[in-house]
Ligand binder design. Structure first.
Ligand code: HEM
Length: 154
């Protein structure tokens, strides 16, 4: 099943809304991740030595924004090309970084759930099953591309 214009629009429109409040969004995203998988704390340089999630950490914000932005780009590519095409060197780099940090398959599910909960909070009344489905598919395809690269390096 292809990715429709409507699905792309749902992802794009929600990301536009969320972009207005990156600090709160980033904090919520990591709060969700750690609620689902407390052990994931140890993976992140900016979390492992603190008891609380830092409020204004540039690295934390950067990871949150990157995941959301790249998922949004995936949605656009899925609609335009039918597949996720990440620049080859970017993908190699992402595969390398995540492998080196000890990220494994199930972590991608945790981050997905955190992402969906954050979109739900971010868009409020606009949240719908259709929007959830669109973000899920775009994220899954991006995560699969990163994991395929990680597998190649292993
Ligand atoms: C680092 C993207 C999923 C854990 C990074 C970096 C990017 C990125 C761009 C920065 C690399 C650098 O320049 O240092 C993504 C995307 C994801 C994803 C697009 C999913 C689609 C995950 C998952 C985990 C994870 C599932 C594990 C729960 C990390 C860690 C770092 C990192 C631990 C190093 C950050 C640090 O400690 O400073 N990721 N990531 N990422 N990512 Fe991800």
């Amino acid at each position: 099943m292809g990715f429709s214009e409507k699905q792309e629009e749902l992802v794009r429109e929600s990301w536009e809304m969320m972009k207005e409040d990156i600090p709160a969004l980033s904090l919520h995203f990591f709060t969700q991740i750690l609620e689902i998988a407390p052990a994931a704390k140890g993976l992140f340089s900016f979390l492992k030595d603190t008891d609380e999630i830092p409020q204004n950490n540039p690295k934390l914000k950067a990871h949150a924004v990157k995941v959301f932005k790249m998922t949004c780009e995936s949605a656009i590519q899925l609609r335009e090309k039918g597949e996720v095409v990440v620049n080859d060197s970017t993908l190699k780099y992402l595969g390398f970084v995540h492998l080196q940090k000890g990220v494994v398959g199930p972590h991608f599910e945790v981050v997905k759930e955190g992402l969906l909960r954050t979109v739900e909070k971010g868009v409020g009344e606009k949240w719908s099953e259709e929007m959830k489905g669109a973000w899920s598919e775009a994220y899954d395809q991006l995560a699969a591309a990163i994991q395929a690269e990680m597998n190649k390096l292993e």
